[in-house]
Design a protein around this ligand. Structure first.
Ligand code: ACO
Ligand code: ZN
Length: 439
């Protein structure tokens, strides 16, 4: 399957539309035409200067990293240190793409001929449909998904205003330098740093490389704090109690928020357990991703946030983390569901997981099977089973009952489309007791 951030990141500018900074049009032969052209160019230049600097809210075409022009909305602007009155950089949102691709661009990347009438809208058009659960509200968050309570426009405006521009551009973590995706509410003293340096084991973060180097000489952690509850080959999972390891939990949340858009800011890490997946070698256990889970969830959430760090994405770790969260639910004897809203990537990963797990069972199963039975076998909440099977058009409503139609050929086709299975969780290697049973 291709990336949903397509078009691809090629730097080929050859097929780009000619922009404001592109080559001038060829000079026509006739003198009259030349005059007309001059007048045209003149008015175009006047128009350009008239609209500069661009207002926040302006919609315009912008040259992206694929060399092509895409529609953007100006989210913010800042004056460059050197330059004239009109020398601004613009923070733009590509309206066709996810917010993680928002970036600062120079004026040359914008096609000023395409500027649309200035729109003075601080908040996306979707404002009125933005909603949230009571639960999320409590944790200071908002969502872009239907089916939740209304979020009042004022709080949303405040949040959008506060988080609209990425504050940290890159982080260094272990062997990787990683470009961030979203704003994260680091303490104010970190907000003047474009790059932060993380200790990959305790997740403390610093503003300078030398500070990190000094820290690494002193830090005696070689894996996440907490209990190793799973080990298979070089993969280990650690369970970290947010109450016992508050600073680690908070650091993890600051880090994770850089890659999660509409997600909770945890002020209360005490209430969560963090399951940190690591690849281990002789230098230590290196975090590849994690998921968090409320110790007690009234809404039967078995996962609050899930993240695979970008260098490790698309290798099956996301599916492993999801499968792991359901294995924990099975041990608890409960059904579970991920906290909403799901991000675009979260939804893709969950859909793929649910499809594979359910269709594998349907393929092998002889005779009738109910949604309740599927739920008992998989710990997947009945609603998620129903929506998955409905989206695959495998459910029919007959005589007041939902009936699953499982034609083997159709199942095979869907299974193929759902992609690779990913890394398996070897349940025999999971040594864990549910939270409530501990001390
Ligand atoms: N483009 C297209 N499909 C994708 C992409 C992508 N960029 N990323 C994942 N997928 C789909 C694919 O179907 C993929 O399977 P495939 O590779 O076999 O085709 C499947 O999702 C999952 O692939 P994995 O390799 O198992 O997952 P990964 O390790 O990449 O992690 C995750 C998925 C956790 C969602 C990751 O993308 C991530 O961390 N994203 C940022 C944070 C986020 O959005 N988290 C979910 C928020 S919702 C919540 O927390 C409840
Ligand atoms: Zn450390």
């Amino acid at each position: 399957m291709g990336s949903i951030d397509a078009p691809t990141f090629t730097q080929n500018g050859s097929d780009a539309t000619v922009a404001a900074d592109g080559p001038p049009p060829p000079v026509p032969d006739s003198a009259i035409m030349t005059m007309e052209k001059t007048l045209e160019a003149d008015s175009s230049r006047k128009r350009r200067f008239g609209i500069l600097p661009l207002e926040v809210g302006t919609r315009v075409m912008c040259r992206w990293r694929d060399g092509k022009y895409h529609p953007v909305k100006v989210i913010e602007r800042r004056k460059m240190h050197i330059g004239g009155v009109n020398d601004y950089e613009y923070y733009v949102h590509y309206t066709e793409f996810n917010r993680r691709l928002d970036e600062w661009v120079k004026l040359e990347q914008l096609d000023l001929e395409s500027v649309e009438a200035v729109v003075d809208e601080k908040v996306e058009d979707k404002v009125t449909s933005l909603k949230m659960t009571r639960h999320q509200k409590r944790k200071i968050d908002e969502t872009h998904v239907e089916g939740h309570e209304e979020l009042d426009a004022a709080s949303l405006r405040e949040h959008e205003e506060f988080t609209k521009v990425k504050n940290i551009a890159t982080i260094e973590l272990g062997r990787y330098e990683i470009e961030t995706w979203y704003f994260s509410p680091f303490p104010p003293e970190y907000n003047d740093s474009l790059k932060l340096y993380f200790c990959e084991f305790c997740l403390n973060f610093m503003k300078r490389k030398e500070q990190l180097q000094r820290h690494m000489r002193k830090c005696d952690l070689k894996h996440p704090p907490g209990d190793e509850i799973y080990r298979s080959g070089t993969l280990s999972m650690f369970e970290v109690d947010g109450k016992k390891n508050k600073v680690y939990g908070q650091n993890l949340c600051y880090l994770a928020k850089l890659f999660l858009d509409h997600k909770t800011l945890y002020y209360d890490v005490d209430l969560f357990l963090f399951y940190v997946l690591c690849e281990c070698d002789d230098r230590g256990c290196h975090m590849v991703g994690y998921f968090s889970k409320e110790k007690h969830s009234e809404e039967s959430y078995n996962l609050a946030c899930i993240l695979t760090l970008p260098p490790y994405q698309r290798k099956g770790y996301g599916k492993f983390l999801i499968a792991f969260s359901y294995e924990l639910s099975k041990k608890e004897g409960k059904v579970g569901t991920p906290e909403r809203p799901l991000s675009d990537l979260g939804l893709l990963s969950y859909r793929g997981y649910w499809t594979r797990v359910l269709l594998d069972i349907l393929k092998k199963h002889k005779g009738n099977i109910s949604i309740k039975e599927l739920s008992d076998m998989t710990a997947i909440k009945a609603e998620d089973i129903l929506t998955t099977l409905q989206s695959l058009e495998l459910i029919q409503y007959r005589k007041g009952q939902h009936v699953i139609c499982a034609d083997p050929k159709v199942l095979d086709r869907h299974l193929k489309a759902a992609g690779r299975g990913g890394l398996e969780v070897d349940v025999s290697k999971l040594i864990w007791t549910p939270y409530k049973e501990q001390g």
